[in-house]
Design a protein around this ligand. Structure first.
Ligand code: ATP
Length: 238
């Protein structure tokens, strides 16, 4: 499979704190890749570097073979990468519908936008039920669904998901991941998923990287990592 996204020797930090120390990782077109690690390992920083939110201090980020290392975040979105940030940051005083429309702000094809809203409410039926409700009144799980749907309104080919399971009950986590996998399969969506919930992330991904203190310390096929004793002890509580 051709690589859609490549990180080569990427470093980044905040002032004197180095959060990423020369990490390299690939996401093949049509794949699901997981990035796992404990609190503070550098997972969100990795996604923020890809999205152009945090600048890389070294290395290169390539998308479809072209460098996007120095693009602004709106330019990264325009290339086809959308990020669902950690935590729930819906526009609370806007309706579900308005949140979805904002997700399409870089597009001008009104008919296409209306069609995609229908597609999204098809995948997330609860959003259709709550269509005119203020987003701030949605439950945590519903807000997570809205965030994913909003990011997809930009019609990305790569979706970056930052801890979609955070703070959600296991049943909701399963529901959300089932929808994400369906989107991957049916909408040709490539995914890079950051998770602390390693069991869930390894179950849905084909390949995974493990980040510790800003460095990739292990990588491999997800099925292999899920069986690895050291990985199980460190990340799966087994
Ligand atoms: P978590 O799962 O807790 O979100 P993470 O693996 O996503 O963790 P990052 O958020 O990328 O980790 O953080 C990596 C390191 O960078 C941490 O040491 C963190 O304290 C530091 N860091 C992150 N954001 C900032 C910031 N805005 N200013 C200063 N330091 C930061």
């Amino acid at each position: 499979m051709a690589e859609l996204l490549e990180l080569a020797g990427v470093s980044a930090g905040y002032g004197r704190i180095e959060a990423l120390s020369g990490i390299s990782l690939n996401v093949p077109e049509g794949g699901i890749v997981a990035l796992l690690g404990a609190n503070g390992a550098g997972k969100s920083t990795t996604l923020n570097v890809i999205s152009g939110i945090v600048p890389a201090s070294a290395g290169e980020v390539r998308f479809r073979g072209q460098s996007i290392t120095r693009l602004r975040s709106d330019q990264v979105v325009a290339r086809g990468i959308s990020q669902v940030p950690e935590g729930r940051e819906v526009f609370r005083d806007m309706s579900v519908e308005e949140n979805l429309v904002i997700g399409a702000q870089l597009r001008s094809d009104r008919a296409g936008i209306a069609r995609d809203i229908a597609v999204m409410t098809g995948y997330f039926p609860i959003l259709a039920t709550r269509f005119r409700q203020m987003a701030g009144t949605l439950s945590g799980g519903e807000q997570q669904m809205l965030l994913i749907a909003r990011a997809l309104m930009a019609r990305p080919s790569l979706l970056l998901l930052d801890e979609p399971s955070l703070g959600l009950a296991p049943l909701l986590v399963k529901q959300i991941f089932d929808i994400v996998v369906a989107l991957h399969r049916e909408q040709n969506l490539t995914l890079l998923i950051v998770e602390q919930n390693a069991a869930v992330a390894l179950a849905v991904s084909q390949y995974a990287y493990i980040l510790e203190n800003g460095e990739i310390v292990a990588e491999g096929a997800s099925a292999t990592l899920a069986k690895d004793d050291a990985i199980r002890r460190a990340y799966l509580g087994a």
